[in-house]
Design a protein around this ligand. Structure first.
Ligand code: SOE
Length: 402
């Protein structure tokens, strides 16, 4: 819908997106649908997309509905019809693009993890803080906060339905790297991706744990591993996404982790455990969470994302137990924009919800969540995990006395 109930179109908010692979496609979908599903005070307009390859960026613009294509992200930022810059590039260019966009007076959405290092994330958070004094908004794209069931879980926890939290368990398992011949794409190179499963999947896990608990992690202890250390170099252009592209005969070094396992303590004293891997055969996008508190427990599985399991420990023990809440009621978060109860949402809707919330923050001038400061906090946890894994003291079992 391009008009309000009174028939006048809300003012346009021109979006310029940098990068157009998997995340670019997902963000495009979010920008295309947010203003149609939700009654927004500003109308997202897909003004221009930027990428280095002229033919590929023009094809992406056509496919995903962008009005124009640019081959230089600086030209995209400079456009008068772009008020918000959406950064969907690999992590090594997040800081440069986001800071330049903020300095040029634009609002910014940046994919997760915020950056490849704490130093970059600090610079981005500082730029966002300065820009906020000029009314600009900067948000980091932890889209899973916008799964209705997880948003609703946050409300239940904030309302005290779990009581004092004791445990948070998060596993995020994928399997697209099980195949040893999967080529050495940018996601496997530290200089481009910052880290491996840790930054790619562990960042979501950490953000969700902190978001749901409403408090930060204050300490971690970790193990990381790279199971396949050499992979074929890409024969041609990367296919983008998780499909790799053709590999050559020559092999190169994998410079990131394949898996990260860590424990953590939250500010309140609750204990958390995390597992992130792209090597769990059969697990496609298995982001699973469980939280246990004094008064109850909540569990969630991204592969069944319309559902939330809830156990209310204050109910009589004879009838208490985990029950399934179908999070598709009009009163559940974000559901007012979509289908009747039971008709279900999917992965792509989280990007429409993210776009909606960002537009609302811009229109009302309120601080966004997750902010760049939140992204920096996650980055600090990721760095602490890497430090811990590097320095980990390994205690061997005490040998039984004969
Ligand atoms: C790849 O592992 C990936 O696309 C992540 O980069 C995304 O953040 C996650 O949503 C799905 O998996």
């Amino acid at each position: 819908m391009d008009t309000t109930e009174s028939g006048t179109a809300p003012p346009a908010l021109g979006i310029g997106m940098v990068g157009y692979a998997f995340m670019g496609a997902a963000h495009s979908q979010g920008w295309r649908t947010a203003g149609r599903a939700f009654d927004l005070p500003l109308r997202p307009v897909l003004a221009a997309v930027a990428g280095r390859d002229p033919d590929a960026v023009r094809a992406a613009a056509r496919r995903h509905g962008w009005a124009a294509a640019e081959t230089d992200w600086r030209a995209l930022i400079a456009r008068d019809d772009v008020q918000l810059v959406d950064v969907c590039t690999p992590g090594d260019s997040h800081a440069e693009i986001a800071v330049a966009a903020l300095e040029a007076g634009k609002h910014v959405l940046c994919e997760k993890p915020l950056a490849n290092s704490v130093a970059e994330a600090e610079a981005m958070a500082a730029a966002a803080e300065t820009a906020a004094t000029r009314g600009q908004i900067a948000m980091v794209g932890f889209n899973y906060r916008r799964v209705p069931a997880l948003s609703y879980a946050r409300t239940l926890i904030a309302d005290g339905r779990l009581g004092e939290l004791r445990h948070i368990r998060v596993t995020y398992l994928q399997d697209w790297l099980v195949d040893r011949t999967f080529p050495l794409s940018w996601r496997l190179e530290r200089e481009h991706a910052g880290s491996g499963a840790l930054g790619d999947l562990g960042a979501h896990a950490v953000d969700l744990a902190q978001y749901l608990a409403g408090e930060p992690l204050v300490g971690v202890s970790a193990l990381t591993e790279t199971f396949v250390r050499k992979r074929p170099l890409l024969a041609g252009a990367a296919a983008g996404g998780l499909t790799g592209g053709a590999g050559s005969e020559t092999y190169g070094q994998v410079t990131v982790d394949d898996a990260a396992l860590f424990t953590g303590r939250l500010a309140s004293g609750a204990l958390a455990s995390f597992e992130a891997t792209r090597m769990a055969a059969g697990r496609k996008n298995a982001l699973r969470l469980e939280l246990n508190g004094e008064n109850g427990s909540l569990a969630f599985d991204l592969e069944r994302l319309n559902e939330l399991s809830f156990h209310d420990h204050t109910e009589p023990a004879t009838t208490a137990g985990f029950r399934r809440i179908l999070v598709t009621e009009p009163d559940h978060p974000y559901l007012e924009g979509w289908w009747p109860p039971g008709h279900g949402l999917g992965y792509e809707h989280t990007f429409a919800h993210q776009a909606r919330d960002l537009v609302l923050a811009i229109a009302s001038g309120t601080a966004p969540a997750p902010s760049f400061a939140d992204g920096l906090q996650v980055q600090r946890v990721l760095a602490a995990v890497e430090d811990s894994a590097r320095n980990n003291a390994v205690y061997t079992p005490v040998a039984p006395t004969p």
